[in-house]
Ligand binder design. Structure first.
Ligand code: UFG
Length: 350
């Protein structure tokens, strides 16, 4: 059985990937510092898969502890590296925190890989590297644009660090860079999903919290863009579809399907949806209202971006399968699950 280390495996995309890995027969070790996740995620994963994954609370910037952990768990076949700080706005306020967390974590892992004879690496990258592309849909060949935030810059620099490292190591490393578009939704069981820290920055958690009455109203950032309804367009991809792509990517390296030592894939659906389309579809499929107000543009927002996922579809044999309606239903089911858990806790404390 192949053994995979998942950093940030308690987080949103990480936890869904752990589920798909375990369901595909991989043995998983999770490391996570729980800075943006909860230990209860382990129970969700266990309920879905019947397996409680091996977990250690470790920060990837801590080289000594990482080394010790890898020493105690030999024969790891690959690493999927999710652990990173990811809030665009916070990165503008605290750039050094972002450069430190995201770059040092990566460098530590890459340094430790040859020491512990780990050869395969999957990196969580983002379509943010394309900025506002000149052509849509955007393919992997599109030029990298200057980053709009320190967070975005860390993704670009990390990609370069991985490229240089793989190149220097000749055939000792293989890496796959996965550029995510906008992951949304939750596991169909509603046992794991996104756990936003405080007020959500991203659209979907804000939509579900507003529908639940946690937030009085959603602010739609701008309706004067050059798009059919004036609101921004994104490629929203179901998180389980996204998770499945990681399993395919790690298998591709372990089974040496490709001769390339480094490959980059766009992970999106190939379809762009506007903010207003998302709100309308969410209301329609779930039968709930999302009060909203149009406000001014949000600084740094890209007008429109969606993926050309053809290379991933062909080379990986992977395709985003879930419909947007089912995805929006899963997001709502997860928000309702969170409300139930909260109510149970409050009742338990009375
Ligand atoms: N939006 C609103 N109101 C909100 C939140 C978002 O109208 O309360 C709009 C945004 O203006 C944007 C769209 O919803 O048009 C999606 O916004 P998100 O914040 O959910 O996602 P972004 O596309 O801005 O950013 C996401 C990730 C980043 C990543 C980027 C890559 O959050 O980490 O995709 O493009 F870098």
């Amino acid at each position: 059985m192949s053994k995979i280390l998942v950093t940030g495996g308690m987080g949103y995309i990480g936890s869904h990937t752990v589920v798909e890995l375990q369901n595909s027969g991989f043995e998983v070790i999770i490391i996570d510092n729980l800075s943006n996740s909860s230990i209860e995620v382990l129970t969700g994963i266990e309920k879905i898969t019947g397996i409680r994954p091996d977990f250690e609370n470790i920060d990837c910037v801590d080289y000594v502890n990482l080394d010790r952990m890898l020493e105690s768990r030999p024969d790891i076949d690959g690493i999927i590296h999710f652990a990173a700080s990811k809030a665009v706005g916070e990165s503008v306020e605290k750039p050094l925190l972002y450069y430190h967390n995201n770059l040092v974590s990566l460098i530590n892992l890459l340094q430790l890989m040859p020491i512990h004879k780990i050869r395969n690496f999957v990196f969580s990258s983002s379509c943010t590297v394309y900025g506002q592309p000149d052509e849509l849909p955007v393919s992997e060949q599109a030029p990298i644009k200057p980053a709009c935030s320190p967070y975005g810059n860390t993704k670009q620099i990390c990609e370069e660090i991985i490229r240089d490292t793989v190149h220097a190591a000749r055939n000792d490393y293989k890496a796959i860079l996965l550029r995510y578009f906008n992951p949304i939704g939750a596991h169909p069981s509603a046992l794991i999903g996104e756990l936003p820290n405080g007020v959500p920055n991203n659209l979907l958690p804000f939509v579900t919290q507003t529908a639940m009455g946690i937030r009085p109203e959603l602010k739609v950032f701008g309706n004067d863009y050059n798009t059919p309804d004036g609101s921004c367009i994104r490629d929203y991809i179901n998180v389980v579809d996204l998770a499945r792509a990681h399993v395919v990517a790690i298998k591709r390296m372990i089974n040496q399907v490709s001769t390339a030592n480094i490959e980059t894939f766009n992970l999106g659906t190939g379809r762009g949806l506007s903010v207003l389309e998302i709100i309308n579809s969410f209301e329609r499929v779930n039968g709930v209202k999302v009060p909203y107000q149009i406000v001014g543009r949000r600084e740094g927002d890209i007008e429109q971006v969606w993926a050309a996922p053809d290379f991933a579809n062909k080379a990986l044999g992977w395709k985003a399968l879930e419909t947007i309606d089912d995805t929006l239903k899963s997001a709502w089911a997860w928000e309702k699950h969170l409300a139930e858990v909260k109510a149970e806790k409050e009742n338990g404390h009375e």
